[in-house]
Design a protein around this ligand. Sequence first.
Ligand SMILES: [Zn+2]
Length: 132
Amino acid sequence: MREKLTEHFYKDEVECPDCGALPSKAFMSRVEELRIDYGHPISVSSCARCVAHNREIGGANGSHHIVSIDGVDDEDTHGAIDIRMKPRSSDLRYELIRCAYSAGFTGIEIGTHHIHLDTRTTVPILWTGISK
Ligand SMILES: [Zn+2]
């Protein structure tokens, strides 16, 4: 049976696909808050990554997706999640971004068919990108 981390998210959709490193509980409760407010299914393309996996898939150095393979501080809200979006789902994209602001995400990338959200503690930023 698939193990759930929150009401709407399974462990296997947010853990590092290589080693099973998990995002923090504080980060996941923010993601769950977003999901409840949004009210639609969320398809996760990438969430927690160890340094090795991040390198393997060509992630940015110091990516906010990176978590420690030795376990994270569950009180720490730091993390990142990539959410798959259909290119023409402009109404859902609008709604997801509204919920992301509301849930306190501070790094938002609008990709051609994904949205990246993170909880950086530096100045909040919004940028655009080409999905892989
Ligand atoms: Zn890993």
